[in-house]
Design a binder for this molecule. Sequence first.
Ligand SMILES: C[S@@+](CC[C@H](N)C(=O)[O-])C[C@H]1O[C@@H](n2cnc3c(N)ncnc32)[C@H](O)[C@@H]1O
Length: 512
Amino acid sequence: MHETVYISETPLDYRKDYGQFFTPPAVARIMVEWVMKDHPETILDPAFGLGVFYDEVRKIDSDQQIQFTGYEIDENILNYFYHNNYGNNIRLFNDDYLEADTGSFDGIICNPPYMRFQKFLKRHDVLPKIEEKIGKKLVGYSNIASIFLMKSLCELNKNGRLAFIMPLEFFNTGYGKEVKRSLLEKHLLKHIIIFENEKEVFPEATTTVCILLCKRDNKKENIKITLIKSEEEINTRPDIDDLPCRQLHPDNLPYDKKWSPVILSLFSKQKIPKGFCELYLYGAFKRGIATGANEFFALSKSKIEELNISKKNLLKCITKSPQVNKTIFTESDFEDLFYADKPVYCLDVKDHNDLSVINYIKVGEQAGFSNRYLTRIKNPWYKIERRQPAPILFGVFNRGRLKVIRNYSTAVNFTCFHSFYPSLLGYNIIDKLFVYFLSDVGNTVIKMNKRSYGGNLEKLEPGDLNECLCPNQDQFALMQKEEVEKIIETAKINKELAVQISNELIARIINN
Ligand SMILES: C[S@@+](CC[C@H](N)C(=O)[O-])C[C@H]1O[C@@H](n2cnc3c(N)ncnc32)[C@H](O)[C@@H]1O
């Protein structure tokens, strides 16, 4: 198969530069079926690659009635396609789609390249032309995939159908608002397909993806949402319209709100409770300290003694996620780690004339730590970001339940945890917030903003956490101080029981 040959003969960096990741044929088939439902005469693929969509179209259009047009920027990949037998109903342009004046089509089908628009060299020339075409201003930090989509939507004929693979992030990001607006404006968006574990369906994908199915019929109707659970489901399903789906009225998907929580809550037993507000009312999550050379900065008791570094040049610091296994982390837990010789101090040079520190910095320079990606842009290279100890910590990567910690210690943390810094409002209810995070409702609602990395590994960025939903002030006011204290005391010795009591308490305040 030409894809296997191409991948084996092409360096990964080259493919990454062009965003060359391929659509599995079973997925291409669903997309092609959608686009061909109304018997199109013309079909466009703006990012042709090795032509998987063309191959699938040919299987249905055996007598080559359809005029197929493809754009592909990379001549090299096209040469692999030209080695095959292909029909005479295809026009292929070795051009940049974003610059091309393509005309319009009855069907458009695409797996666009994913990369930040800033990486796109010709963006300064291209952007004004596209903005003129779509009649909208685009923000410079868009993903190139969204620019492909917005251009293609303008090139779709009346009653034409479009199928696009898109990185799911546009549901929630700032630049995604314009994309969502374009999809909703003329009621184009008809069906969204998401994947429970896209690594199984898209082994090549480096980001979470979805498929968008659109039709330019100007009919306001419910938007279908399908969650594909396994590859088998795509292979065995009879027709795209028979895929099991939920339906959402378009008014429930406003372009200026995040879509992930609404869409994911359709498939979760947990619905977002009434009255919930966004977390940033109570404070904000920040990532932990990024040193760029943890093995140099993180120091254990024995290392500190060996180097003779004094406490004034050290900072108490959680440097690895497994150091905190308890839900409640106290100063005494910190001391236990220190005496167990875990690296729980971070070099934080305050006395630049201290001989021991000077010597250790020299050792670091000799080992090349001063030339790392993050250290070389700092002045001096061993300068540490300033952070206060945070009262609540969240694990960055989670499998299953979220790793949430109530931190009573005076330790700061590296990037293994995100740190919650409360506003004044949040400060006064910090324990109540913790109880919510601990509960099943909190876990499920927060995870609606997650990014999946395959193998059930889930990642939350500080931005995802800041925009997650939680009880409003009136709901928190229904929690009694004693009840909250009891949960925290319980969590010190029995996490499962603490979760159970939190669940009862949260159920009471949301059903009140
Ligand atoms: C994600 S791949 C998809 C390939 C194929 N359609 C598939 O689904 O397997 C995107 C393709 O778009 C090409 N590409 C990248 N930038 C482009 C541009 N500005 N114009 C046209 N093609 C582009 C890449 O070289 C790559 O082959």
